[in-house]
Design a binder for this molecule. Sequence first.
Ligand code: UN1
Length: 494
Amino acid sequence: MTKTYKNLINGKWIDAKSGKTFENRNPADWDDILSTFPLSDKTDVDEAVRSARAAFEKWRLVPAPSRGNILRKVGDMMSARKEDLARTMTKEMGKVLLETRGDVQEGIDTAYYAAAEGRRLFGHTVPSELPNKFNMALRMPIGVAGIITPWNFPMAIPTWKIFPALLCGNTVVFKPASDTPETATRLVEILIEAGVPDGVINIVHGGGSAVGTAIVEHPEVDLISFTGSSSVGKKISEAAAKTLKRVSLELGGKNAQIVMDDAKLDLALEGVLWGAFGTTGQRCTATSRLIVHEKVYDKFLSMLAESTKKLRLGDGLNETTDVGPLVNEGQVRTVDQYVKIGIAEGEKILVGGKRAGGDGLAKGWFYEPTILGDVRPQMRVAVEEIFGPVLSVIKVKSIEEAITVANATRYGLSSAVYTQDINNAYQAIRDIKAGITYINAPTIGAEAHMPFGGVKETGNGHREGGWTVYEFFSEWKTVYVDYSGRLQRAQIDT
Ligand code: UN1
């Protein structure tokens, strides 16, 4: 029987005010309705924000180490439920179990990092220019955080945002993607069980245009953290400007893997297969361009084509599956359109290029891992984000040309260079315009304790992950304590 889930507002699980619901289906078998969720709107958001605003006045006073202790418990509970969480995630968004386990692990790592940060959250003490005066800068909570997350990392990305937000003393209104509401609900259940007080975490399910917009426009929401497309990111930025909200945007990518003539080709091959077709290409960090030195181009491409053809498509719950389905019909359409654009642009399809049929695949959103060869760097398939299992291959003559091609998009998230030459490696580190550069490793695989984010239209300058995200979720308070007992004038009495 399909389970019916609710929103969580002020510690109570409740339906949307409208009473409307939406279905959560399995992308590997679209007839499989997993559960239903409230289709919320602005009225529900208003109530959630009221609850978060009221809860903030108490939560901000809880010592950060105590907030951290709750998050440690959250990490422990996620570890104990890891397999169940991974299965829930595979069922609702399709990626293979190996990867959904990794997604949960990224959340666990983030929980333990946050727990420890509760005993740091360092400020600064700085000498004053005047005698008998003490200067310091402290990290303060900000208020209500609106957290809007995508379906491709349904556990890791919400934890990247929610855990630091809570640790810093903010309260949260969380709107997860409507393709992955169940994983999000499991996370919120854990937070509540671990001891997060009523109203501190609220979840409101529904679509971006109704729920997301209401959160972004709400005058009582102080900050927004969003991961999704660059076009939605721009709209959020514009709307949030009206109430001067702080906004962190983690947006698209068009990540390139460069393979130089001196690279270890077997290693580069494993890297590109994992980077391009892991998560069925549905990562902001996915490898969607392969830039290969002309001297190894033919050899590497034939190795790649042969291995790609061997990838097994199927239900992600099946341990022998390499590549799961796309998340929904819309993604299939987008991917297919890009393949058609590639054909119209004169690109050569080396592998794949169509929806996958065959045993066990008919009812799901499966698409064949696809390689487009001899792509010219300025073509649409070479510069636009596709978010699917489509890899465009471009031939180059030198490291300089490879870097120029890698930089020729409006995005700048991740990048990878395979080379044995340290000079190539350091030149790439310096000149590739991206937030992340891997040397001899694929474009995917960011670790939870390192800054994560990109340049150009990939974001607006903030970073998630590691220590950097705590900057976003806290505000500096500058404090001067004058114990001289007399008026001391800065800049004048010095
Ligand atoms: C994303 O695709 O938005 O580095 C996040 C990686 C993962 C996170 C991806 N750890 O690919």
